[in-house]
Design a protein around this ligand. Sequence first.
Ligand SMILES: [Ca+2]
Length: 269
Amino acid sequence: MKKLAIIASLLLVAGPAFATVTVGTQTTSLVTSPVTLSASSSPLGLFTFALTGDAAETLTSVALTLTAGSGSTVTGSDLAQVAVYKDANSNGTFESGTDTLAGSQTSVNVGTPTTIAVSSNNSLTGGARFFVTLSTGASWSGVAPADSLTARIPASGIVTSANFPNSDRSYTSSISAVAPVVVDTTGPVLTTAVMQTGTTKNVTLTFGEATNKPVITAANINTVLALSNSHSWLNGASAYRFRCLEYRRKNFGCDCGSACRSTCHYPGR
Ligand SMILES: [Ca+2]
């Protein structure tokens, strides 16, 4: 009887329940198809989740694992920060200008978890929704091999003052750098210039690629298409000696006027 009394008293002492946090919305990816980010980006919402405390519980930290994409050499130095925001207007949508920062981490790992300590805007009383975000740094680059990664919340990555709410460990789709714009700084190359020897002396000019500049007029033809030994395309001050320039590539300027259109050989005509 004495033993039973001791056990009964222990049970009474241990009676008060631990505070618990329940999951309102499991971790959900906000990046469900591949996206691109520019360098020094605004925060991109990666995940959202919602928690509810039954007392004065708070969100303590969130761990985030970033994994480099295939062939990518991205490192943490290419990322400005990862952060946690609270959904301040409770609309379920991440808005960096409206939702409130709860914690951030500027020392970001790629390949191992990064822990984001949460110390403000973290009350779970009555329920709260949070967003986990990523911002790229100045060196985030689309130059091959382009920076790219995926993100996930590891198991037990969400820590509250009471417990570790379940996480479904969902993954984001690929997040990659915007491919650089390739600027063509090389103009079209004149590959051949052939003059016919018949009565009608057409000159056929062929360029290596499409061109729309310059428009050739009487004022510039001797400069743009300079002839050897000071010969001129002009008969006198402005009249053309030639009949027409044949288009071999689209948009090549021709200023022959109506007198020569009948002999111009436009593509497809
Ligand atoms: Ca919001």
